[in-house]
Design a binder for this molecule. Structure first.
Ligand SMILES: O=C(O)CCC(=O)C(=O)O
Length: 288
C-alpha cells in the first residue's frame, strides 16, 4: 500500500504504516517513496548481536557503574520538554546500575527516569560491536546513533527532528503517533525563534480544544513497534512516543535531511526565517 501524505482526511483506522521484510536498498527506496514516507522494516534487527544479548545483566556487566545523565519526568511521565512552556525538563546523575535497579523495581512514585538519546559512540562505545548501521543510510550523511533505555509509561512529547531517522526497537515495544508534515497547521508549533521550535504546544493526550481548536482536524497514524522492528521516519514528521513494557531499549540512527525535505510545511518556515541554520544543517560534516 502506498501512503499518500497529501490526503489529510484519512483516519488512523484505515491508514497503517506498511511493514516490509528485509528490503533491499531499492525496495526500501520504493516503499518510502524516496525517503518521504514512514515504513516499518522487519527481519533485519534480529541479525544484531544486541538482539540476542541486551539483557539487564549483560548491560550491567558491560556498562557497570558508569555515571550518566538520566532524564527525569514531570508528573505525567513526559520527558525532555514541557509542551506548554518549551522549558527543558530536568535530569539527574545516576550510576547505570542504580538506573537499571530502578527499572526492575515496582514503581510507585510519579517521577520516572529515562536514559534518552545518548550517543552510543560517545557514551557507550563498548556497545558499538552489538549494533549495525542499517545499509539504507548513506555513509556520507550519517550523523549519530543514540540509545534510549526506559520503561513502560515514559512518553517523549510531540516533536519533529530535522533528520532522517530509523528507530530500532531492541527490547519491549513502543507506541507511536505520527503526524505528516502537512498536519503542521493543526499542531500549534512553538515559534521558529523559540527555545523549542520542534515542539507542539498541544498536549495530545488531553488536548485543550478551546486553546487549540484546529487540533480536532489533525490526522495521526498510529503504530506499535515490536522488538526486532525498525521504523523509518522521514524528517519533519511529528511524533509522540510512548514506551511500553518493563524494559524498553531502542537505538535510533539519524542522518542528514535532504534539501527537498526543507520544502515541507514546517521546515519551510526555517528556510524563510533561519536560512543560515538550514544551510549549516545541509552542509554539516558526517560523524567521523
Ligand atoms: O523513543 C523515544 O522515546 C523517542 C524517540 C524519538 O523521538 C526519535 O527517535 O526521534
Amino acid at each position: 500500500m502506498t501512503i499518500n501524505v497529501e490526503k489529510s482526511n484519512l483516519t488512523t483506522a484505515n491508514y497503517a504504516i506498511k511493514r516490509i521484510h528485509k528490503p533491499t536498498i531499492e525496495e526500501f527506496k520504493q516503499a518510502t517513496d524516496s525517503f518521504s514516507q514512514p515504513v516499518i522494516i522487519t527481519g533485519k534487527l534480529e541479525e544484531w548481536k544486541a538482539f540476542d544479548s541486551w539483557s539487564i545483566d549483560y548491560l550491567n556487566k558491560v556498562i557497570g557503574d558508569k555515571e550518566l545523565d538520566i532524564n527525569v519526568s514531570n508528573k505525567n511521565k513526559v520527558f525532555t520538554f514541557d509542551s506548554e512552556t518549551g522549558e527543558t525538563l530536568s535530569s539527574t546523575k545516576m550510576k547505570f546500575t542504580e538506573f537499571t535497579n530502578w527499572l526492575t523495581q515496582e514503581k510507585n512514585s510519579e517521577q520516572y527516569y529515562y536514559l534518552q538519546q545518548q550517543s552510543i559512540k560517545l557514551v557507550f562505545p563498548e556497545l558499538l560491536p552489538d549494533i549495525e548501521i542499517p545499509n539504507y543510510i548513506s555513509q556520507k550523511s550519517f550523523m549519530v546513533a543514540n540509545i534510549w533505555i526506559g520503561t513502560g509509561g515514559n512518553t517523549t512529547p510531540l516533536h519533529w527532528d530535522a533528520a532522517q531517522n530509523i528507530l530500532c526497537q531492541v527490547r519491549g515495544r513502543k507506541r507511536l503517533l505520527l503526524f505528516a508534515p502537512n498536519q503542521t497547521e493543526y499542531l500549534y508549533p512553538h515559534s521558529v525563534d523559540s527555545k523549542a521550535p520542534h515542539l507542539s504546544y498541544v498536549n495530545i493526550d488531553k488536548p485543550d480544544f478551546d486553546k487549540f481548536p484546529k487540533f480536532k482536524q489533525a490526522q495521526s497514524i498510529e503504530c506499535v513497534l515490536e522488538a526486532g522492528e525498525m521504523l523509518f521516519m522521514p524528517p519533519f514528521w511529528w511524533h509522540q512516543v510512548y514506551s511500553l513494557d518493563q524494559l524498553n531499549i531502542a537505538v535510533n540512527f539519524w542522518w542528514k535531511a535532504q534539501l527537498k525535505d526543507y520544502f515541507t510545511p514546517q521546515a519551510r518556515n526555517f528556510i524563510v526565517k533561519k536560512p543560515l541554520i538550514v544551510l549549516a544543517l545541509l552542509l554539516q560534516k558526517p560523524s567521523p
